[in-house]
Write a protein that binds this ligand. Structure first.
Ligand SMILES: Cc1cc2nc3c(=O)[nH]c(=O)nc-3n(C[C@H](O)[C@H](O)[C@H](O)COP(=O)(O)OP(=O)(O)OC[C@H]3O[C@@H](n4cnc5c(N)ncnc54)[C@H](O)[C@@H]3O)c2cc1C
Length: 447
């Protein structure tokens, strides 16, 4: 294919958001009769699913303390459910299993799930929680658990397979996906801020609208666009807090214990929900009984044939290096710096054994291959979905986003001129206006 010099809509990034946007936009253009998918060009510097979407654990849940996040997730779960096979989506459900400090937060999540008709059960009290969990998994033994939220919808999807599924849908509508093309800058109009051309290492592509869906690389593109490197945030007390960096990085720690995934079947032989446990009970080593932590800790896990074992993760850690100096490339398992080590394996496998006896003594099966990866976070760790420079639509999900398969649909609808209420709480202006999302008591920056 000759390198294109013009495309009405250029999407940067062939991950979950770029491809979901391209797919929906192609459908909308076709329906409008004014244009079609061939007016959309997706560019990726590496390959389809080369970013965070291709290494994500793939968990799809509604469990968020923030009402706006929950409504957005419910919309995305609807999209996952439209084609489970095409997205390699496993609707096994999701469980948030928590200690006392989180009980009220999770109870309010349950109440609001009822209000929006999102099917879930809520169990309270240590005895009842243990009985409920043992009813599902007879070897359950986690201590200090006083609430269980069992979401009947959601589950997980196989990361690369889901992204390829999206690419198929976009291409079926005529969208062109070009890989090995790196965006290096932007051309602007002479009398406006709008982008008139996307500059790449292969040439410049004139365009009318741009979508930026570059996951952990968002800061690079943001800087190319000349957008603010710091924000001012209005606190709850009405005071402005200036000079807060727009972007920072956290490293996600995940891994696989190479047991037969069938080991984690339910008592009735079915596949279990994704399990997420947060507790403040002391965690001891499954190897030698030594104390690992007395702080609140959390893990998540699921049997996953795609990963060939039981896969999951623990709390991420904040990368303290200034954002300008963080090496995002090589990304994911290729990174020499941001992959998990022995400490993670010890903690996560011991935590699995803390929850279920069947995992005790299995640490030797932890896969030594590199895993984990960087995520780019906003100042409040919640997404920014907004239009900048008049015609640049930025999808910066603050690393919440594999599950957010529906966000691209909403962005595409906005590109068709229809403002989306579900995206309103995620505008950049919320920082200066002090319209922040409420915070939970979870040890994770994304709950
Ligand atoms: C280890 C890990 C586990 C995770 N687990 C989950 C989970 O279980 N559930 C969940 O909901 N979320 C999860 N996430 C978060 C989720 O993966 C991301 O939020 C989401 O995948 C981001 O999607 P994206 O489309 O914005 O970006 P990406 O999938 O990162 O895609 C961006 C693409 O842009 C391309 N690109 C970058 N710069 C340029 C450029 N200059 N020119 C051209 N192309 C460029 C890259 O090559 C890449 O392919 C996880 C993240 C990590 C790191």
């Amino acid at each position: 294919m000759a390198f294109p010099t013009h495309a009405r809509h250029v999407v940067i990034g062939a991950g979950v958001h770029g491809l979901s946007t391209a797919w929906r936009l192609a459908e909308r253009l076709k329906r409008s009769g004014r244009a079609n998918g061939t007016d959309i060009l997706v560019l990726d510097k590496t390959a389809i699913a080369a970013g965070a979407s291709g290494i994500a654990c793939g968990v799809v849940r509604n469990n968020y303390f923030q009402p706006a996040m929950r409504e957005l997730m419910a919309h995305s779960v609807d999209v996952w459910e439209t084609d489970p096979k095409g997205f390699s989506y496993h609707p096994v459900g999701y469980m948030q299993i928590s200690h006392e400090a989180m009980r009220e937060d999770v109870a309010s999540i349950y109440e609001q799930q009822r209000e929006i008709g999102y099917d879930s059960d809520f169990i309270e009290g240590e005895k009842d929680c243990t009985a409920y969990m043992k009813g599902l998994l007879s070897d359950w033994r986690a201590e200090g658990i006083t609430s269980v939220l069992h979401e009947k919808r959601g589950g997980y999807a196989n990361n690369t397979a889901a992204v390829y599924g999206l690419a198929d849908k976009a291409e079926a509508h005529g969208v062109r996906i070009m890989t090995g093309v790196e965006v290096t800058g932007f051309e602007r109009g002479s009398n406006s801020d709008a982008v008139t051309g996307v500059v790449t290492d292969r040439g410049t592509i004139r365009c009318e609208q741009v979508v930026v869906a570059v996951g952990p690389w968002v800061k690079t593109i943001w800087d190319m666009l000349g957008l603010p490197r710091e924000v001012s945030i209005k606190g709850a007390d009405g005071r402005m807090h200036d000079g807060i960096p727009t972007w920072r990085y956290w490293c996600l720690e995940e891994g696989v214990i190479g047991v037969d995934p069938d080991l984690q079947r339910l008592n009735d032989g079915g596949m279990p929900p994704v399990i997420h446990v947060d507790t403040d009970a002391p965690l001891h080593s499954d190897v030698d009984g030594s104390l690992i932590t007395e702080e609140a800790w959390g893990i998540y896990y699921k049997p996953d044939f795609h990963f060939g074992g039981v896969q999951g993760g623990a709390m991420p850690y904040e990368v303290k290096t200034p954002a300008d100096q963080v090496a995002i490339d090589p990304y994911g398992p290729e990174s020499p710096e941001f992959i998990v080590g022995d400490d993670f394996a010890h903690m996560w496998c011991s935590a699995l054994a803390f929850c279920q006896e069947r995992f005790s003594g299995q640490i030797g099966k932890f896969r030594k291959e590199p895993s984990g990866g960087l995520g780019c976070f906003t100042p409040d760790s919640f997404p920014v979905f907004d239009t900048f420079c008049e015609n640049v639509h930025v999808i910066a999900d603050s690393n919440h986003g594999f599950k957010m398969i529906g966000v691209g649909h909403l962005v595409a609808d906005e590109m068709m001129g229809e403002k989306q209420a579900l995206l309103e709480p995620f505008r950049f202006s919320r920082y200066a206006e002090g319209k922040l999302h409420p915070l939970s008591n979870s040890p994770f920056p994304w709950s």
